[in-house]
Design a protein around this ligand. Structure first.
Ligand code: NAP
Ligand code: F7E
Length: 341
């Protein structure tokens, strides 16, 4: 029988890779999208161009702040698996919009878990937990046993969701798993996260479209992996005999400065000539270092990352160079057009 999956956050970076993975495995996939005044399905348009061509993907309107809508959708779809990826996922923005970020990221999870519990259906649930929960880390590397010390409204919301997921597992027997994912990136990463901000700016600088790049704390260290590898771990968690929580990370740790070296070096540019520090990009409380130990996932899920730091940076630059070159070509075309008129 065809398995049915329901994904919240399907229009985001991870949602777009996950839907590709699940369709490839023969799933029927339902995705929650928010009504928006302009198109917000750019990351999945290549799959969803024509519903007749891809009848196994269905998009439905809803919002994590609307519990009755989530309950109705669970009742209508009757999914085998639910992947909860929706969140206001930008840490810096969560300081500006703490109530909204917590409403979506924490209460949204509870609304969805309650919809699942009250449906009485044997649904398997994945929660997108985050290494941000470790915040001001109390040990390195971080494992499933490392205590949390969240440093932002975003991270506090994720800690709440983590425990609510555990509680639905223990109290009601819901097959609910937390994936504690360390930073993961891709050419589809949102343009305001630091890796994509850098690869996009470096490509635009290379093409003469931009002169400067304004950044915050260059000393922050992160364990950066590839989103395409990480969504596979999400799926694997829901295929096990027992629900559990897993750290997903590469085990390699680099600073923002090292990411700049890698990206600008690949383009034969010296980043020190272009980067300026702007206080607006510092956070009221920073997470200095995240470094994961994914031994449990390697052992029990047989999961391992395929894309390393250098390959990831180059993959993102290659994609952003194509975009910058297109932008350049359009600019030149418009200039010629203007001159001819
Ligand atoms: P993303 O690109 O920011 O995508 C977030 C998704 O959530 C988008 O589809 C967004 O819809 C949706 N969303 C936001 N608010 C919503 C609401 N009120 N109702 C319904 N949908 C809403 O994030 P990502 O990088 O793919 O990450 C996926 C999940 O993993 C997030 O929960 C994130 O917090 C978590 N996580 C990410 C990382 C990472 O490094 N990427 C690491 C650990 C955990 P729109 O497209 O309409 O905005
Ligand atoms: O920042 C520093 C910044 O915004 C990384 C989310 O997916 O991963 C992500 O959260 C580091 C921080 O990611 C700029 O201060 C310097 O130390 O790319 P980021 P994040 O905050 O680690 C976790 C695991 C998630 O769960 C989140 O959803 O880079 N940094 N200068 C900067 N960061 C940004 N965004 N912009 C700068 O200009």
């Amino acid at each position: 029988m065809t398995k049915k999956a329901f994904i919240t956050g399907i229009t985001g970076q991870d949602g777009s890779y996950l839907v590709e993975l699940l369709l490839g495995k023969g799933y029927e996939v339902w995705g929650l999208i928010r009504r928006s005044s302009s198109f917000n399905t750019g990351r999945i348009d290549h799959i969803y161009i024509d519903p007749h061509e891809q009848p196994r993907l269905r998009l439905v309107h809803g919002d994590m702040t609307d519990g009755s809508n989530l309950a109705a959708l669970i009742g209508e779809i009757k999914p085998d698996e639910v992947y909860n990826l929706a969140a206001q996922s930008h840490v810096r923005v969560s300081f500006d919009q703490p109530i909204y970020s917590v409403n979506v990221g924490a209460l949204g999870t509870l609304r969805l878990l309650e919809a699942i519990r009250s449906s009485g259906l044997p649904i398997r649930f994945y929660q997108a937990s985050s290494s941000e929960m470790y915040g001001k880390v109390v040990e390195t590397p971080q494992t499933e046993k490392t205590p949390f010390y969240p440093r932002s409204p975003y991270a506090c919301a994720k800690v709440y969701s983590f425990w609510q997921t555990v509680n639905h597992r223990e109290a009601y027997g819901v097959f609910a798993c937390n994936g504690i994912l360390f930073n993961h990136e891709s050419p589809r990463r949102g343009e305001t996260f630091v890796t994509r901000k850098i690869t996009r700016a470096a490509s635009r600088i290379k093409c003469g479209l931009q002169e400067k790049l304004f950044l915050g704390n260059l000393d922050a260290r992160r364990d950066w992996g590839f989103s395409g590898d990480y969504v596979e771990a999400m799926w694997l968690m829901l295929q096990q005999d027992q629900p559990d929580d897993y750290v997903i990370a590469t085990g390699e740790c680099h600073s923002v400065r090292e990411f700049l070296d890698e990206v600008f070096g690949y383009l034969n540019l010296d980043w020190q000539r272009y980067v300026e520090i702007d206080a607006r990009y510092f956070r009221p409380s920073e997470v200095d270092l995240l470094h994961g130990d994914a031994s449990k996932a390697r052992r029990l899920l047989n999961w391992q990352p395929r894309v390393g730091f250098r390959e990831l940076a180059r993959m993102m630059v290659d994609a952003d160079m194509k975009i910058a070159e297109r932008e350049c070509a359009m600019r030149d075309h418009d200039a010629k057009d203007g001159a001819a008129r």
